[in-house]
Design a protein around this ligand. Structure first.
Ligand code: ADP
Ligand code: PAZ
Ligand code: K
Length: 279
């Protein structure tokens, strides 16, 4: 079995992949914490022959995790952000500072779709662009839905929030505090992504397919104006592409990859942008 780990700021996600059949056998998530030990909520390492890790947690957490794994597993592969990989040139001035989960998403997106807009809706929402030739432009970082809610709670006296409720009637003005917060934050996040996408496509003169991942990908997808696909395993896709271990991976196939969404025409994107400027 191959154990894939995606350690985010909120949740540490794992999945077990059969090295022979390439099938995903099980998956789970635990809160990201200081220490990571196999236990009831974490898979049994006896069946694991290789581990692949993407981590944006504190370096000490990663080091501890890796040393724990090294004593039990033969192959431990830790992903790093690099200046170039798999035909993509990292757009950051200091490439190693790009969050490795973003880099994994960009590499997976490029392998699947060529140029694309990769959106990761987790603790933070990140929007990254890579052009058809493989040039990563860099991206945008905004607080995720939960962080936005928590910041309101921290910074105000009378704003009650419900961290677990999702906005439903998104466009309506809220008539209770919780509703006003949910709708406001949802509008802030989806409007930002829609605008960023249109502005960058307009500027670069190319309509790019949009791929979404992360804990809030599904709810965010409902507000996207452009054709898009949700790919829950996009970060894992980057790990597969960087460290191919199975026959399918060596042939370039990534588990759970969606069909590439056909983007709207550039003219339509530009028309939408012009319309939004008039409002
Ligand atoms: N059951 C859940 N538990 C925790 N967070 C959830 C859950 N469902 C959705 N979320 C949302 O997903 C986010 C975490 O998504 P994830 O992509 O795992 O983040 P990260 O990679 O930053 O750890 C939370 O901030 C929250 O908004
Ligand atoms: C932007 C992030 C916090 C997103 O992390 P996540 O929401 O997935 O937990 C992470 O990619 C990160 O720590 N990046 C380093 C800074 C950067 O990418 O510029
Ligand atoms: K993220």
């Amino acid at each position: 079995m191959i154990l894939d780990l995606d350690i985010g700021n909120t949740l540490s996600k794992w999945r077990l992949k059969d090295a022979d059949s390439s099938e995903i056998r099980s998956r789970g998530a635990v809160w990201t914490r200081e220490e990571w030990r196999p236990g009831s909520d974490i898979p049994d390492l006896d069946v694991v022959e290789a581990v692949r890790i993407s981590s944006v947690a504190r370096e000490a957490v990663l080091e501890q995790t890796v040393s724990l794994l090294h004593s039990r597993v033969r192959g431990v592969h830790v992903a790093r952000s690099t200046p170039e990989a798999l035909g993509v040139v990292n757009g950051y001035e200091e490439p190693h500072r790009l969050g490795v989960d973003r880099w994994m998403g960009v590499l997976a997106g490029y392998q699947l779709a060529g140029g694309c807009c990769a959106v990761d809706c987790g603790s933070a929402i990140t929007v990254d662009f890579v052009l058809p030739g493989g040039r990563h432009l860099g991206g945008y970082i905004i607080p995720g839905l939960r962080l936005m809610k928590e910041s309101l709670k921290l910074g105000t006296r009378n704003v009650a929030i419900d961290p677990d409720s999702e906005a439903e009637e998104l466009l309506l003005p809220g008539q209770r505090t919780v509703e006003a917060v949910n709708h406001g934050i949802y509008m802030a996040a989806v409007s930002a992504i829609n605008r960023i996408y249109s502005e960058v496509c307009d500027r670069e003169g190319v309509a790019l397919p949009m791929l979404l991942t992360g804990g809030d990908a599904r709810v965010m997808a409902r507000g996207m104006q452009s054709p898009h696909a949700v790919w829950p395993d996009m970060v894992y896709g980057g790990l597969e592409a960087c460290f191919p271990l199975t026959a399918a991976e060596r042939a370039g196939r990534m588990s759970g990859a969606p069909r590439v969404p056909a983007p709207a025409g550039l003219e339509k994107i530009r028309a939408g942008l012009a319309f939004s400027m008039l409002l």
